[in-house]
Design a protein around this ligand. Structure first.
Ligand code: MG
Length: 301
């Protein structure tokens, strides 16, 4: 694993491994002993297996590694080639990737989802943090590339905006500068198009006065609807609040997710992928790295 955080690929690889740790941690906490682990803040025994969030993020990273930008056809081909039905894909994405594998065209399939509305789910946001880290030297480009990466599966404006918000957050975090929580979300808001996700991030900014993730999640949602609108604002509140404390950020996300029953692996994947960009030396804490399932061998890290 490259940890040269001065390169685009190095920064993105760090974000990807941290996203996988968050995803796997969140998924592990959905097991029966998860609530007890959260109460005691004791990491549950490994191995922790990552889910669809990580599998798709690996394809995002691989396309950037090969092309230096989002090639939408290559991205969808990667999603379809590596799709594993046992990794917890949601039904719409499951259907889309199976259809692409059978020869379908994503340009027709993606906009047709949900009766022609397109998907407003959190699936484009959950996989995009490494892209933001890649383009940390050009935040506006991070926002543009994030939108391209989203639209191959999520064409509803909320689905796209969720990906833009997370990518910009990862880009800002990955610069590694000293960062105030309010300024962090201000920079995200500068790039997110208007709509319900942007309104949610603005609400998250106003709630930075709170220290209680459960109370904040009750206001913003924490993935109960598996939508970008009810997932991304809370995840970015958590990242902004704890941007230099990787374990603290993930425990905060977990506390709210376990209580509310939200989409815990996705919330933790987003938080991990964003906050992980600031880990000293790009290294995951050893007790997290040891428990997390390694990335697949086809990923060029
Ligand atoms: Mg998942």
């Amino acid at each position: 694993m490259s940890t040269n955080v001065s390169t685009r690929a190095g920064r993105a690889a760090v974000s990807l491994s941290a996203l996988a740790a968050g995803d796997a941690f969140g998924a592990r906490l959905l097991e029966p002993d998860g609530a007890q682990a959260v109460r005691g803040r004791v990491l549950p025994p490994g191995p922790w297996e990552w889910t669809d969030d990580t599998e798709m993020a690996c394809s995002v990273y691989a396309v950037l590694y090969r092309c230096g930008r989002v090639d939408q056809d290559a991205l969808v081909a990667g999603f379809a080639a590596h799709y594993d039905a046992l990794r917890g894909y949601h039904r719409a994405t499951d259907h889309l990737l199976r259809s692409v594998r059978a020869g379908g065209d994503w340009r027709a399939l993606a906009p047709a989802q949900f009766g022609g509305a397109g998907s407003w789910g959190s699936g484009a946001a959950m996989r995009v943090a490494p892209l933001g880290a890649w383009f940390a030297d050009d935040v506006a480009e991070a926002a543009r590339q994030a939108a391209l990466s989203a639209r191959v599966t999520h064409t509803h404006p909320d689905g796209v905006a969720g990906a833009v918000a997370v990518a910009v957050a990862a880009a800002v975090a990955a610069r590694g500068d000293p960062l105030g929580s309010h300024e962090f979300l201000d920079e995200v808001l500068d790039h997110v198009p208007s709509g319900t996700v942007r309104e949610g991030v603005a609400d998250a900014r106003a709630l930075l006065i709170s220290a209680d993730p459960c109370a904040v999640a009750a206001e913003l949602g924490c993935g109960e609807l598996i939508g970008a609108r009810d997932t991304v604002p809370f995840a970015l509140w958590t990242a902004a609040k704890h941007h230099d404390d990787f374990p603290g950020a993930l425990w905060a996300a977990a506390a709210a997710g376990v209580r509310a029953g939200g989409d815990l692996d996705t919330t933790c994947a987003i938080v991990g992928g964003v906050v992980g960009t600031r880990l000293p030396g790009g290294r995951l804490p050893e007790e997290w790295r040891r428990r997390t399932e390694p990335l697949p061998e086809w990923v060029p890290v």
